[in-house]
Design a protein around this ligand. Structure first.
Ligand SMILES: [Zn+2]
Length: 127
């Protein structure tokens, strides 16, 4: 399902929308309607999925290579600066991995789809 009406609320069709908090990595930030308080996620375009996939593969692959290279030349050491570096590698790798999975999931149709994340509260109508 694609975004039915870009720039407008999918529930009440209001144009008064703002950017909402977005907890995890995704191509576009979540949007929130100022009128009915609904929160939704836009569909990720195909090229956005491909860029995510390639960039994620590059970051995760690059980090994997750097770590492997470092282990080969320095050996495994869990002390001081090495430990900090392993953690850093892990954090960046996890970021790349998430981009990779997001891009791949979008291409397979299991992620990055248009979705209403939060229905408007029933008590609040248009003011
Ligand atoms: Zn709305």
């Amino acid at each position: 399902m694609n975004d039915p009406n870009p720039g407008r609320c999918p529930i009440c069709n209001s144009a008064k929308i703002k950017v909402a908090s977005t907890p995890s990595f995704q191509y576009e930030r979540n949007l929130k309607c100022r009128d009915c308080q609904a929160v939704w996620r836009l569909a990720c375009p195909l090229w956005g999925a491909i860029v995510s996939l390639l960039l994620g593969a590059l970051i995760a692959g690059g980090m994997g290579y750097l770590l492997f290279d470092h282990l080969l030349s320095h050996g495994l050491s869990l002390s001081g600066p090495n430990l900090v570096m392993y953690v850093l590698f892990g954090v960046v790798f996890a970021f790349g991995w998430r981009m990779l999975r997001y891009g791949g999931g979008t291409l397979r149709g299991t992620a990055g789809q248009f979705e209403v994340l939060q229905e408007p509260p029933p008590s609040k109508g248009k003011s």
